[in-house]
Write a protein that binds this ligand. Structure first.
Ligand code: NOJ
Length: 799
């Protein structure tokens, strides 16, 4: 019989081994000699009512209870705040993650953030979060640990890029806001993560060697302008949408750990952006008590213990009893502790979680035990089924997030092949079970399992499937329906050795399924798809002149086979979630017309990306891990544009089975002579100075479906600031609007865009505010970052 405490111990140990690579040092380094003052919540921007209730709650708490409200405890969830029974408070349960309710049974596996972003469909992104949020609520979890706005995607090989949305901050910002709303409308708190600069997994946490030497986590060294215009932008949107919590990340930022960085937490997040909710540490990312609390960390997780105390055997949390002492001796003011609790309770009341909130699904511990190969020694409790009809939205979004990259001779949609070939280890059902279990073996950690389709990545953002439709099984069902046969080889080693003896006659169409594993805790090491993908594609294409390649991937891939004339069509299907096979069949046979667009750039050559993950060997100096973000704003398409590199497939690109055109473009000013900077006397609301979001320009265009099939396209708007009146390092053009439009054949629709002050400003590091540059701002609309059809210009402020 295995006791509950043993399961928890397994769990913590697993976390320590896979999530936190070591013990923190007691010293932290800051370049900031004058940290901002503690930033208190004000309740403005819709939180007023919740603030009153939170204050009433705090008034009834004693010091021990207040401390327990900000210190994680043991419990059934990945993060737990203990109940206070005498006040009828039943505690707070936090669960991963952004793609599925993780470590639970009878839940749905949704399309990844990256897939959602590739749909460029605000409504579908919202529907995804609403459905996912409703699963959290039905399982009794108050907080869903998502959405992910960082990593943004500085590195194409970043291990967690798939959990987030896009390498573009505007698209990610829209997706963050839609997701926050979806979670909240389901009655569940959002936790926007990871704040900030967590762009690589390699050395994301510190390491302690056997002799006790401590090597600090990587420091993301980000200049002020880059921080504001790139990495902070989506978090500002999340805060504006009312995100209830923000998770500070493992890494250091400009030498100071993110969770004790007063400049970031008190200064930027709470003061400048007016964030009203609470900052929770990533698990074991807290490295100090007094310093973190005063810097703006409101809740430590998992909290019962910190890594230092675990190694030292003292079993203490930085908060808990230590925080009680700190408050008693005045190192942390009582007003600060009250604000920590206030910030935690405001979201709870804001979302009405004090009333009729479901109890936590009691199967949680049994599922965890199974996941760690244990058993509780008592009959298993079946899980609460929370999936409802979510398979429908999953199937729809999986197809909507699939990008058609190539379609020679209108190979797709398939006409009526009678002999279908399916190839590749990503096509069939997994042979190792339906859940990615971290087993410590290098190969499965790096590439996932060999045989079996990949619909979601690994780490805390994954989930346990109760259903997974593989491409091979969905194609077989379709073939049965239409009276076709299916031949297949799913061993990549056989395909790579060019052994096709089992195939006869040569199929009318050969569909190759490739995969690329990506997971928390490690960055990818290869640009190409995994498992010898290039040899696999080239060999199938040699055998079969009508080859189609489908990739299931957690990010950017190079495609050395893309120009092979026998590769007639390419589909980037990302991580589509549990309905994977159905989503791709919908696209292949044309039940759904593809409308996804790349949320990143696919380059011709690996070297075109130019921003490698910082990966040092033989580090001996405590501070050696430094990632200097010297490229500034030039990541992804901004980098390709600035260096004039032609990509293979550019940001925003994606084909359809029909064709579209744009006409009648115009842009005009809404405000005659706006001041260059926002009015500093305005009260800050969640999201920052409200002036930033006031509309300044409108643009409009007409989009028409010029083909013979119904379909949707994404009209994209880019702006170019006047290069002669902005600081060096300003990108050639940036995305500042998009609309997904559905059109019948021959139909046209008007598309309108509204641009705000923030959209046409840059961050002025001297004045410490957003500034509209003087001179002509170019505004273009088109179907990708390089397929611009209409262009105009407008002078907001003359020179
Ligand atoms: C670490 C991950 O970075 C974070 O995203 C997750 O929410 C926590 N662990 C809890 O599992």
């Amino acid at each position: 019989m295995v006791l509950l405490s043993n399961v928890i111990a397994f769990f913590i140990r697993n976390h320590l081994l896979t999530v936190v690579e070591g013990r923190a040092s007691s010293q932290s380094h800051s370049i900031n000699n004058n940290p901002p003052a503690i930033s208190y919540s004000t309740g403005t921007g819709g939180w007023e009512h919740a603030l009153v209730k939170a204050n009433a709650f705090i008034a009834r708490l004693n010091l021990t209870e207040k401390v327990s409200m900000v210190t994680g405890d043991n419990g059934p969830c990945i993060g737990n705040i203990a109940p206070i029974e005498r006040l009828g408070f039943s505690g707070i349960c936090m669960s991963d993650g952004p793609t599925a309710f993780n470590r639970a049974d009878l839940v749905s596996i949704f399309p990844a953030g990256l897939t959602a972003a590739a749909s460029w469909d605000r409504d579908l992104i919202y529907q995804r979060a609403l459905a996912l949020g409703s699963e959290f609520r039905a399982k009794g979890s108050h907080v869903g640990l998502g959405p992910v706005g960082g990593p943004l995607g500085r590195h194409p090989l970043g291990g967690r890029n798939w959990e987030g949305f896009s390498a573009d901050p505007y698209l990610t910002g829209v997706a963050m806001a839609s997701s926050v709303r979806g979670f909240h409308d389901a009655g569940v708190q959002s936790c926007s993560k990871h704040f900030i600069g967590n762009e690589q997994e390699t050395q994301r946490s510190n390491t302690v060697f056997a002799d006790g030497t401590n090597i600090e986590a990587v420091s993301s060294n980000i200049d002020d302008r880059t921080l504001h215009e790139l990495y902070l932008w989506p978090f500002a949107d999340a805060v504006k949408a009312g995100t209830t919590s923000i998770m500070c990340s493992y890494n250091r930022v400009n030498q100071t750990y993110a969770c004790e960085n007063s400049e970031l937490l008190n200064g930027i997040l709470k003061k400048e952006l007016g964030f009203q909710g609470y900052v929770v540490s990533d698990w074991f990312a807290t490295h100090s008590g007094v310093k973190s609390a005063n810097a703006g960390l409101d809740m430590t997780m998992p909290g019962t213990i910190d890594v230092e105390s675990l190694s030292a055997g003292t079993g203490l949390s930085y908060f808990g009893a230590n925080l009680t002492t700190a408050v008693n001796n005045g190192s942390v003011p009582m007003t600060r502790l009250d604000d920590m609790v206030r910030r935690i309770m405001m979201p709870y009341y804001f979302l009405g979680q004090d009333k009729n909130f479901p109890t936590t699904d009691p199967s949680a511990m049994h599922v965890l035990a199974a996941q760690y190969g244990a058993s509780l020694g008592v009959p298993e409790i079946p899980a609460r089924d929370v999936r409802k009809d979510h398979a429908k939205i999953i199937r729809k979004l999986g197809a909507a997030g699939t990008v058609l990259l190539k379609n020679l001779n209108s190979t797709l949609p398939l006409k009526s092949p009678k002999n279908i070939g399916v190839f590749g280890n990503d096509a069939p059902d997994p042979t190792d079970g339906l859940t990615i279990i971290s087993d410590g073996s290098f190969e499965s950690e790096t590439y996932g399992y060999d045989i079996g389709t990949l619909d979601v990545g690994g780490g805390s953002g994954t989930g346990r499937h109760s259903s997974l439709i593989s491409p091979l099984s969905a194609i077989k069902s379709k073939a049965q329906e239409i009276g076709a046969r299916v031949q297949y080889i799913t061993s990549n080693s056989r395909l790579a050795s060019n052994d096709f003896r089992s195939i006869f006659p040569t199929p009318d169409v050969c569909i190759v399924f490739l995969k690329t594993f990506a997971s928390e805790g490690r960055d990818r090491t290869s640009f190409e798809n995994d498992w010898n993908s290039t040899a696999v594609v080239n060999n199938v294409a040699r055998k079969c002149p009508n080859t189609i390649v489908v990739t299931h991937s957690g990010g950017v891939n190079t495609m050395p086979w893309a120009k092979n004339p026998n590769v007639k069509a390419i589909l980037a299907a990302h991580y589509p979630g549990q309905e994977s096979g159905n989503s791709i069949v919908d696209i292949l046979w044309g039940d759904v017309n593809p409308s996804g667009k790349l949320p990143y750039t696919i380059s011709e050559h690996e070297s075109d990306y130019d921003i490698p993950v910082t990966n040092l060997s033989s580090v001996t100096a405590v501070d050696e891990w430094q990632a200097d973000f010297t490229e500034g704003l030039m990541i992804d398409y901004r980098h390709f544009d600035s260096k004039n590199i032609t990509p293979l497939y550019e940001f925003g690109y994606g084909l359809s089975y029909t064709t579209f055109s744009l006409s009648s473009f115009s842009v005009s000013k809404l405000v005659k002579n706006p001041p260059a900077i926002p009015d500093a006397s305005k009260a800050i609301l969640p999201g920052g100075n409200p002036d930033l979001y006031s509309p300044l320009l409108t643009a409009s265009t007409k989009v028409s479906n010029t083909g013979s099939l119904a379909g949707s396209t994404v009209v994209q708007l880019y702006i170019s600031l006047p290069q002669d009146s902005v600081p060096a390092g300003t990108p050639l053009r940036v995305l500042r609007g998009f609309e997904k439009v559905a059109l019948k054949p021959g139909e046209s629709k008007d598309v309108k865009f509204t641009l705000t002050r923030r959209d046409v400003s840059y961050w002025d590091v001297i004045a410490q505010t957003w500034r509209i540059p003087r001179g002509e701002i170019k505004v273009s609309v088109g179907f990708s970052s390089r397929d611009l059809k209409g262009e105009g210009s407008v002078t907001v402020l003359s020179k």
